[in-house]
Design a protein. Structure first.
Length: 262
C-alpha cells in the first residue's frame, strides 16, 4: 500500500527573521519617496494659497487705491495709522488675512505668512499728483529687492549654483512662508519658533527687513559646513522658504485698467 504522507513545514525562527528583515528594508525604501511626495504636495498647496493671496492684494489695491498695511498684533487685520503709513515704519509684519477677506490664517504647517510692504508709498491713496510724494501713483517705486542664487550666465560653460543676483527690484510688497522647518516663523497661535542661523538666506527673510531684502531660491537640505555665500567649494545651507511678491507692473496695469490710476 502506497501512502502519501504530506509534511506541513513550519517557518523556523531564522526564516522568520529573514522575512521580517526584507520587509523592513522594503518599508524603509518606500517611506523616503512617500515622505518626499507628501512634502512636495504640502509645498504646492502653500504655493497655491500664496497665489490666491497675491491676487487678493491686487484686488484690494484696485478697490481701495492702496495696498494694506501688515498685521502687527496678530489679530488678522492691518494696522495703519491715519496718515496711511503703517504702524511699524518698516512695513513689516504678518499677512492681514481678515482685512483681505481670506480664510487662511497661515500656511499648511500652521505658521503665519510674513508680509512686508513699501510704506507709505504703496499704503497711501493718491491725491492726484504724480510725484515722489509717498502716495501710490504711477511715479511711485517699491523699495523691496528679491535676491536669488543660481548659474552665472556670463561665465559660459562654467556652471555655478551659488551665484547671487537680483530676481526682482522696486517690488511693492512680498509675502513669505517659512516652510516646513518653520525657522523664524510665528505660529497662528502666536508662538515664535526657533530663529534661523545668522548669515543665511533664510535669516534674511526672518529679520525685520529694515534693508528690504528677501531671498527666493530653490529648496536645499543643507549640510555641515554649509555657507550661504558665492564660494562654490561649499554647499548652500538649508532653505525651504517660499517667497512671492506683488509685481509693480502688474499692479499698476490693473489699477490703470480699473481707472483707479492715474
Amino acid at each position: 500500500m502506497n501512502m502519501n504522507i504530506q509534511f506541513q513545514k513550519a517557518f523556523t525562527l531564522i526564516e522568520l527573521s529573514v522575512v521580517l528583515f526584507i520587509i523592513s528594508l522594503l518599508m524603509v525604501g518606500l517611506l523616503g519617496p512617500v515622505g518626499t511626495q507628501i512634502e512636495s504636495q504640502e509645498r504646492q498647496q502653500t504655493i497655491d494659497t500664496m497665489d490666491d493671496i497675491i491676487e487678493s492684494l491686487y484686488g484690494f489695491a484696485v478697490i481701495n487705491g492702496r495696498l494694506p498695511c501688515p498685521d502687527t498684533d496678530g489679530d488678522g487685520t492691518s494696522d495703519p495709522v491715519a496718515s496711511g503709513a503703517c504702524t511699524v515704519g518698516t512695513g513689516d509684519g504678518w499677512l492681514p488675512w481678515q482685512t483681505l477677506g481670506l480664510n487662511n490664517q497661515g500656511d499648511i504647517w500652521g505658521n503665519r505668512f510674513k508680509y512686508h510692504v513699501t510704506t507709505p508709498g504703496f499704503t497711501t491713496i493718491d491725491t492726484g499728483t504724480c510725484a515722489a510724494d509717498g502716495e501710490l501713483d504711477l511715479c511711485q517705486s517699491g523699495d523691496i529687492t528679491i535676491r536669488t542664487r543660481g548659474d552665472d550666465t556670463s561665465t559660459g560653460a562654467i556652471l555655478e549654483s551659488k551665484f547671487q543676483y537680483n530676481a526682482a527690484t522696486v517690488v511693492p510688497a512680498v509675502i513669505v512662508s517659512h516652510g516646513k522647518n518653520g525657522l523664524g516663523a510665528t505660529s497662528v497661535n502666536g508662538v515664535t519658533l526657533t530663529a534661523t542661523t545668522a548669515g543665511t538666506d533664510e535669516a534674511e527673510n526672518d529679520d525685520a527687513n529694515t534693508d528690504a531684502i528677501f531671498y527666493s531660491r530653490g529648496f536645499t537640505e543643507g549640510a555641515a559646513g554649509c555657507v550661504d555665500d558665492t564660494n562654490e567649494a561649499t554647499t548652500l545651507c538649508q532653505f525651504d522658504d517660499i517667497v512671492m511678491w506683488v509685481s509693480p507692473s502688474v499692479l499698476m496695469n490693473r489699477m490703470v485698467k480699473a481707472e483707479v490710476l492715474p
